[in-house]
Design a protein around this ligand. Structure first.
Ligand SMILES: C[S@@+](CC[C@H](N)C(=O)[O-])C[C@H]1O[C@@H](n2cnc3c(N)ncnc32)[C@H](O)[C@@H]1O
Length: 813
């Protein structure tokens, strides 16, 4: 028998009590939901009361809507809405932190902060604050644009000119009625209900709820502040001007197209370089927004102040003046650091990824003030009293970036005024990539950076700048127009591994229009069914592993059984680097290709091409193997003889090479000699299979991502096809597929690693540094190509490695 309503309500109240939500609120929300879902409890209880928690958070959203109404002159209406007061619950911050959310799909623009803080699209349209004089036709256009934008966006991408930024028409919030896939703006509550029931989709439930809560249409109203004040639209235009700057053109001459949906740079809030100089908004203009928080604050028991007020004004150069009066009369009063407040708000806008079409400066600044007040009630980090205030201020009012310079404390009232400048947030690593990197950086208040001709030098300097500037959050772009001369289109992906790897691997292209390469990122090799690779632990004999060991094999000087298979010594140091001696031996083996090559009697590569008339072997490199400890060994997972199997731990970035080699990879940190960089991961296939794939694809260029696992082919006279294997990273691979070739003095060397089985047919191909490598340097590897041999597999490209040891003496095309 199903539990009674009373029991179900009690269970929900018990759980939400943990988050500090009162029974009354939970019961009310449940009643609302039961009405919406026709008494269907499953929807409410599903996913740990997800819908219910969302409903309670929607209350917060409702509050924001009411604030909008206050600003628009609907104060009376606000006061009459009990809900607005109830929802002003600072503990909602805690809920966001505590409740677990299912993993979201990459690229989806949904943020807890957004749900928490902003009104959904429908609400904005109804209140009419955001879009100024938007017509219904405009809405429809936006609808289509947003849809396009969303369809286009598959993974998290920032695209556009660094200086322009690009204001997109983003797909609205998930809980917006208009945000539903396949739902036209005219679809009603009944349609939503049907959808919601039919697919049991949480998003549809939330949309339905949103409709329920915000469903009644309010008239469109012009947003004005009365008297002769700057309109919100003007302020918004100031910001948008920055993003849309129509004076600028892309280097190609292509004019910036406002109507194209584009992805957006998140916002950066910062202190203007000089905050005293040019803020010339007149007194009456500066009283742009006045929010009296007193009512709301009294209701929130955790907010210690009883009075607060903020005024916001904006100048034409995107500086926004915030002034806030805050009552600290109560003893437990805490004032948060403004850095923390701005960061918090930035994070919120970062999560959006795109600026909503309802974006306005007022909204942004209100977020700043809301965030300040919310944090003031919970932030215990900074104890403000008269003494600490006077210490912080040097009395001159000139100390630059300290928000609290203008803070006055009088009779328990703290009042401060300052400027916050709004610009786009540029991910650090984008700002550092490519030749233009320094331009981005030099554009804003780093006066002592000297532009040099050498690309590498520039990059190193850029890196220094990064170190310098990260102390004050992240690098920001200049809003000054004079630095826009070098505007370049930049394509950026935050993490191509889609969280497969421990470390994110970003991708950047600031040179050309080439975008994301099509392949599927995999962290481990995938074995094709015909490839003879078997890892059954039962098949591994005691002598093929160190089953008698315990703890860390490296802690004992005597080599374990695994080390014995790597030439009688551990190949790794305690720090996880390759031992100098081992590395030097590996290097010397590949140094003189001709001397060290071995030739198969019947080469599997040639056999795969033509079984009847097998061509002579083109030669293979001799290599030293490493056997790492593994599951059947007695040692711990943290044993020092397990390096490659732990995966990538260095910071890498895929970038578009300016020399014409296509994509390449660079390290974002200095690397010592002998450091493991990455494994070459792909599909483990037979040579026959690879050959068939090449023939079938009819585009040999597509199959430039294969490597033969040929290190042991010398030991066999004739091998069966299924034993001679190779890695094909064309469709499935990891970051190593982007490593370019360099003749003679490459930074990486490949070393065969045996993990699961020591039979030498199948092994992992790991890439280690063979010398120190500086941050931002391209990582290369000598493929061992013989460019003079026309028939050598893999010599299809003209070598552009630029090395003094380049073996490709053919004229460069
Ligand atoms: C394993 S892929 C490396 C990643 C590749 N650059 C890309 O864009 O995906 C190998 C291919 O990169 C290009 N390449 C690698 N090293 C090169 C070099 N030194 N000069 C010119 N092209 C190179 C060649 O097209 C080669 O077939």
């Amino acid at each position: 028998m199903a539990p009674t309503k009373q029991k179900r309500v009690a269970a929900a109240c018990d759980i939400l009590k943990e988050f500090g939500i009162s029974k009354v609120r939970v019961k009310k929300a449940i009643d609302d939901l039961l009405k919406v879902y026709d008494d269907n409890w499953e929807f409410i209880e599903d996913d740990n009361y997800r819908v219910l928690i969302d409903a309670l958070l929607e209350g917060k959203v409702e509050k924001d809507k009411l604030y909008e109404m206050m600003v628009g002159g609907f104060v009376q209406e606000v006061k009459s809405q009990k809900e607005a007061q109830e929802c002003d619950d600072p503990l909602i911050f805690d809920i966001e932190k505590k409740r677990s959310r299912p993993k979201r799909k990459k690229g989806k623009v949904e943020s807890p902060a957004k749900k928490l803080k902003t009104s959904p699209m429908i609400e904005k349209d109804e209140v009419g604050l955001s879009s100024g004089s938007q017509t219904p036709e405009d809405h429809d256009k936006h609808f289509v644009k947003r849809k396009n934008a969303r369809n286009k966006k598959q993974i998290l991408v920032h695209e556009g000119s660094m200086y322009h930024g690009n204001r997109s028409c983003s797909w609205p919030a998930e809980n917006s009625l208009r945000g539903l896939d396949g739902l036209s703006p005219s679809e009603d509550c009944e349609t939503l209900k049907k959808k919601s029931r039919a697919d049991n989709n949480q998003k549809h439930h939330r949309d339905l709820l949103s409709y329920h809560m915000h469903g009644k249409k309010l008239p469109f109203s012009e947003f004005s502040f009365g008297k002769k004040q700057l309109s919100d639209q003007t302020l918004t235009d100031n910001i948008l001007d920055f993003y849309h700057n129509d004076h600028l053109h892309f280097p190609s001459g292509e004019a910036y197209d406002y109507n194209q949906p584009r992805d957006e740079m998140p916002l950066k809030l910062m202190y203007p370089a000089s905050h005293t100089g040019n803020f010339d908004v007149k007194e009456n203009e500066s009283r742009l927004l006045q929010i009296d928080h007193s009512n709301a604050l009294e209701k929130g028991s955790h907010v210690s102040s009883s009075t607060s007020q903020c005024d916001i004004a904006s100048s034409s150069n995107r500086e926004v003046k915030v002034s806030l009066i805050y009552n600290t009369s109560q003893s437990d009063s805490q004032v948060p650091s403004l850095d923390a407040v701005l960061k918090n708000v930035e994070e919120k806008y970062k999560l959006y990824k795109t600026l909503d079409s309802d974006f306005s400066v007022t909204k942004l600044m209100r977020d700043v003030c809301d965030c300040f007040l919310a944090m003031a009630s919970v932030d215990k980090a900074l104890e403000i009293n008269n003494t600490s205030l006077s210490k912080e201020s040097d009395g001159t009012g000139n100390s630059g970036n300290n928000f609290w310079d203008n803070l006055i404390s009088l009779n328990g009232l703290i009042s401060f005024q300052n400027l916050v400048k709004i610009g786009p947030q540029i991910p650090n690593l984008v700002a550092l990539s490519g030749l233009e990197g320094l331009h981005y950086i030099s554009g804003f208040r780093i006066p002592d950076v000297v532009l040099t001709q050498s690309c590498r030098q520039r990059r190193i300097e850029a890196l220094d700048v990064r170190e310098f500037s990260t102390s004050n959050t992240s690098i920001v772009a200049s809003s000054e127009k004079h630095c826009c001369f070098s505007a370049v289109k930049c394509f950026y992906i935050d993490d191509i591994t889609r969280e497969e790897e421990k470390e994110k691997i970003s991708l950047v292209n600031s040179f050309c229009a080439e975008q994301f390469p099509t392949f599927n990122y995999i962290k481990h090799n995938i074995i094709y069914d015909k490839a003879n690779v078997k890892f059954a632990l039962a098949r591994i004999s005691e002598v093929q592993c160190c089953s008698h060991c315990s703890g860390d094999c490296l802690a004992i000087s005597l080599p374990c059984e695994c080390a014995c298979m790597s030439g009688g010594e551990f190949a790794y140091t305690q720090e996880g680097l390759l031992k100098e001696k081992f590395l030097e031996e590996c290097i010397s083996l590949v140094k003189d290709l001709k001397e060290q090559n071995f030739y198969c009697k019947r080469c599997p590569v040639e056999m795969s091409k033509n079984k009847q008339k097998v061509e002579h072997c083109k030669g293979h490199l001799l290599r030293k193997f490493i056997k790492e400890c593994w599951s059947k060994c007695g040692c711990n997972k943290s044993c020092g003889n397990r390096v490659v199997q732990r995966g990538i731990s260095v910071k890498l970035q895929v970038f578009w090479t300016p020399e014409g080699k296509g994509w390449g990879i660079q390290t974002l940190e200095d690397l010592p000699k002998g450091a493991f960089v990455c494994e070459y991961v792909g599909e483990v296939v037979t040579n026959m299979e690879l050959y068939e794939r090449i023939v079938q694809s009819r585009d040999e260029k597509k199959h430039k991502y294969s490597v033969a696992l040929d290190a042991d082919w010398c030991s066999e006279d004739i091998m069966n096809d299924e034993e001679a294997l190779c890695l094909d990273a064309t469709l499935y691979g990891n970051v190593a597929r982007f490593i370019n070739h360099r003749c003679g003095d490459a930074s990486l060397i490949e070393i065969p690693i045996e993990v699961e089985t020591p039979n030498h047919h199948y092994y992992h191909l790991a890439l280690f540094t063979q010398r120190k490598v500086s941050a931002m340097e391209e990582l290369t590897w000598d493929y061992g190509v013989d460019f003079n041999d026309q028939d050598h597999h893999g010599n299809a490209f003209t070598c552009l490695c630029n090395s003094p040891l380049c073996r490709d003496q053919r004229p460069k095309i």
